[in-house]
Design a protein around this ligand. Structure first.
Ligand SMILES: C[S@@+](CC[C@H](N)C(=O)[O-])C[C@H]1O[C@@H](n2cnc3c(N)ncnc32)[C@H](O)[C@@H]1O
Length: 488
């Protein structure tokens, strides 16, 4: 398997839902103490080209990170990238996870994104054992895997491609053959309007936009096991581990509200059965699960004081930041991920988005809102009740994806220095056309002109020269700062 990654490495991408500060915040929302990341250690297993880990380690400068991957080509790339951006708190090791000895760690976070479903059973067992042995007592692990039943439908396309594409040939040739065979297959379907025809055509359409490495490693990989949640939970239990929540919190069964929560009652109170039933209702195809040691009690009721200390960073941006809050009963806001405009009705969310504009770094701790609770509900309540209400608002806003939550503030400059300096990784990506990751571990979309401006910010040119010679004005710089792309 490592050989195929040597021949066609995985892409340079970062995954927000693996970030340990985010995992810690979700743990807090479940009533757990988060691991301390300053002075702590992070391990990413199957780290590929190291991009995710490097972006993460720059945002957590006081955390030591180790990336492990069986593919030496990818680890060479990771090391070269670490040198290029001057990373001092991340190191990389070529090796099989089955062979990682106990001298490394313990780790406060162990991350395995895109690994578990794609390795043989013995390596899957070794991964869970590694987590059992090497996870610190209040550490968190992240494991993503292809889930049933959503992957069953995709599995049809995968099975077809495995049969249709010759096993020999270079990875690039195989990916090309896969695209051709799939297109011909869809065109030849006798009943394109049947549920089967539509399902295959829609999967083929979405695959057309995916890069070769994804097609190859997902659809033509030697192994790709989709699991029902119950099976995953049983395997965790057999290794002294347990499920905490989905890293994408809103997709956990136990965070559902209203009719979606009631629908689960048919399977009773058992958390595992409810999670699995939820997957079947929503035809889930991917889980990004947070895991901890089985000896920890998970209250799944948050501690209000701990929630008050989380950091919130908005996922939506007001369309008209100067609009009068009293003029309408909702605000229009643009969603970060797809640019879609949504209506925001909740008065607290509206206050939050307004207040953020004046806050350097555009992130806030819920405690900052304690004095506002009276205005929110219209009458006085005691401090304990205020905290409790605030905690419920934070939970709701996280589930409704109004903000991202972090257990610790990630490192970036809230303001613009005299000689503005962009994060080296972002600058590099701005020049080479790759995905740009902020210090909030979010993918940031910039157009070509913005990329060129960001790439200029190497900390050597003063603001007056940037404006006069390169047309980079204060507005541009403030915007980059607000996007968490600057170091100074
Ligand atoms: C699908 S890729 C995912 C890469 C990266 N985590 C991502 O999601 O972008 C799986 C990675 O696991 C690595 N891998 C597979 N088996 C492994 C093993 N037994 N020990 C360590 N790494 C392994 C592969 O080399 C590959 O880089």
């Amino acid at each position: 398997m490592a050989q195929s990654y040597d021949e066609l490495p995985y892409g340079d991408i970062a995954y927000f839902h693996t970030h340990p500060a985010h995992l810690g915040a979700i743990a807090v929302l479940c009533g757990l103490a988060p691991p301390a990341l300053a002075g702590g250690r992070v391990l990413e297993v199957g780290c590929g080209t190291g991009f995710n880990l490097l972006a993460m380690s720059r945002s957590l400068p006081e955390t030591q990170s180790l990336g492990l991957d069986a593919s030496s080509t990818q680890i060479d790339r990771a090391r070269a990238l670490a040198d290029e951006i001057g990373a001092t708190n991340a190191s990389f090791q070529v090796g099989r996870l089955e062979e990682l000895d106990d001298s490394t760690g313990p780790f406060d976070a162990i991350l395995a994104h895109g690994v578990y479903s794609w390795i043989p059973p013995a390596a899957q067992t070794a991964l869970l054992e590694l987590i059992r042995r090497r996870l610190a007592p209040n550490g968190l692990a992240y494991i993503s895997f292809n889930a049933k039943p959503g992957w069953n439908a995709r599995g049809v396309v995968r099975d077809f491609l495995i049969g249709a594409v010759p096993a020999d040939g270079s990875p690039i040739d195989r990916a090309r053959a896969a695209r051709e065979r799939l297109a011909a297959f869809v065109a030849s379907l006798p009943d394109p309007d049947s549920p089967y025809g539509r399902q295959v055509a829609s999967l083929a359409k979405s695959l057309a936009d995916e890069p070769d490495y994804y097609l190859l490693h997902e659809y033509l990989a030697e192994r790709n096991e989709a699991l029902a949640f119950g099976e995953f939970a049983a395997r965790l239990a057999a290794h002294g581990l347990q499920y905490v929540a989905e890293s994408r919190f809103s997709t956990s069964a136990f965070t559902q509200l209203g009719a979606d929560r009631t629908a689960l009652d048919v399977v009773g109170d058992d958390l595992v059965r409810r999670e699995q039933y939820h997957d079947y209702r929503w035809q889930r195809s991917l889980r990004q699960s947070i895991v901890c040691r089985a000896d920890r009690a998970i209250p799944r009721v948050a501690d209000a004081a701990a929630v008050g200390k989380l950091w919130l960073s908005p996922r939506v941006k007001l369309v008209d930041p100067n609009a009068d809050v009293d003029a309408t009963d909702f605000d229009e806001a643009r969603r970060e991920e797809d640019g879609e405009v949504v209506q925001i009705h909740d008065p607290f969310y509206r206050q939050f988005l307004r207040r953020l504009r004046a806050v350097p770094g555009r992130r806030l701790q819920p405690d900052a809102f304690l004095p506002d609770i009276r205005d929110y509900i219209g009458f006085e309540i005691g401090p304990e009740k205020s905290r409790h209400l605030l905690m419920q608002i934070v939970l709701k806003g996280t589930i409704e994806e109004v903000w991202h939550v972090y257990a610790e503030p990630t490192a970036y400059s809230a303001g613009v220095g005299d000689r503005p300096r962009a994060c080296p990784l972002a600058r590099r990506q701005a020049s080479n056309g790759g995905a740009i990751v902020s210090r909030l571990h979010r993918i940031v979309r910039l157009d070509d002109a913005e990329r060129a401006r960001l790439a200029r910010l190497d900390g050597r040119t003063d603001r007056a020269t940037l404006a006069a010679e390169f047309g980079i004005g204060n507005d541009d710089l403030e915007r980059f700062a607000a996007m968490a792309l600057l170091e100074g």
